[in-house]
Write a protein that binds this ligand. Sequence first.
Ligand SMILES: Cc1ncc(COP(=O)(O)O)c(C=O)c1O
Length: 457
Amino acid sequence: MTTALEPKADTLTLPPTDHHPRPYHGPSRAEVLAMRKEYCNPAIFAYYKEPLMIVEGYMQYLYDETGRRYLDMLAGIVTVSCGHCHPKVTAKIKEQTDTLQHATTIYLHPGLPALAKKLASKMPKGLDTTYFVNSGSEANDLAIQMARLFTGNADVIAVRNSYHGASPSSNTLTSHSTWKYPVNVASGVHHTVCPDPYRSPFTGTPEEIATKSVADLKDLIRFSTSGKVAAFIAEPIQGVGGTTHGAKNYLREAYAVVREHGGLCIADEVQTGFGRTGDHYWGFENFDVVPDMVVMAKGIGNGVPLAAVTTRKEIAQALTERIHFNTFGGNPVCMAAGLAVLDVIDEDGLQENSRVVGKRLKDGLKKLQSEHELIGDIRGMGLMLGAELVRDRKTKEPAKAETLQILEEARAMGVLMGKGGIDGNVLRIKPPMCITAEDADYTLEVMHRALQATESS
Ligand SMILES: Cc1ncc(COP(=O)(O)O)c(C=O)c1O
């Protein structure tokens, strides 16, 4: 059922829902904005010229304080996998919160090994040992720590245009000047060329570009390291970087080179995991590789702070050299959420939905590309999609202001999208995996109108 408060542009109306938002009685949007300005670190930033206040969520929809509904095509930055406040997930969280909220891993609790076991059942054979933490940054820090301890090597290679976190050490892996602080000096971290063909310094087919990118990786090892490396870390599809990835042969060839030099291969599945890419449960499976470690966060918790590193037992063993502890790692409420999320992904068929609805969206985006000069490239798999906007298809000048305008126009029509890429010119479309074909069609129509409005302004 739609309400009078819902967005209407010409005949455009959001697909119907049975959910009725509760009346909101909290502080006004202006008060919240003022409080944020006065008391919060100015580094936190908000989208939109007039920041949006969100007070309720249900499945693929978000509601502002007036009860206006929005279709969430960004999923809390690729985090809400099952849907906002998915009833099964919230029921399990409530049940656990009422029973035991916290005790730490110094005592036994069934939740922690149960989730570790469940994750092992989703992984390739041998990847069966998990450590839980709270965020993707922390999980990447831990993975690098374990790789260095296990191999006895220090050098780590990440891929340019990657995002691996904001903690001082994961920030050294991140490869965007816009996200890197000058004080987080990368010790032993090197960045190899990004294999994505759209902005590659190399020419040729995507497969040739992938092979040339791997040659750069070989050179990097040869010239910048002792020849021995601890790890190679890569997102199968770069998320913050703007949904960028190499051809299918890239990871396979890169993993082989890294292993020749004694390194472990880490797949950062923080955005690509849990069925989002559609054809596979894990992003790395799209590239026919088996990593030595898998880093997870975001979608594993559907909104609760939960992250993990899964690896082989002998690699995990390296951490026992000293005492290691994480206060909230393995928290029973987060474990309950994680278990429920994994069940819901299977029960609700969310991987298959990502495949089917993702294809519909991608086909639609390709069609939009044929109609709108502004769209330079369409990328991604399943429900992890990106549209790179350029002012000129030949020069590929990033259309930064236009991207912002499209986000504003789409918001006015009730659709929330994200932006990414080092120039902020890639529209990021990564909704909760429960969106429907109608939601996809609505988004495409909104994008068409937003592009039209932007191109004619
Ligand atoms: C691929 C990837 N890895 C790691 C992180 C860091 O996760 P967190 O923000 O939970 O620390 C992110 C966050 O966006 C990410 O996209």
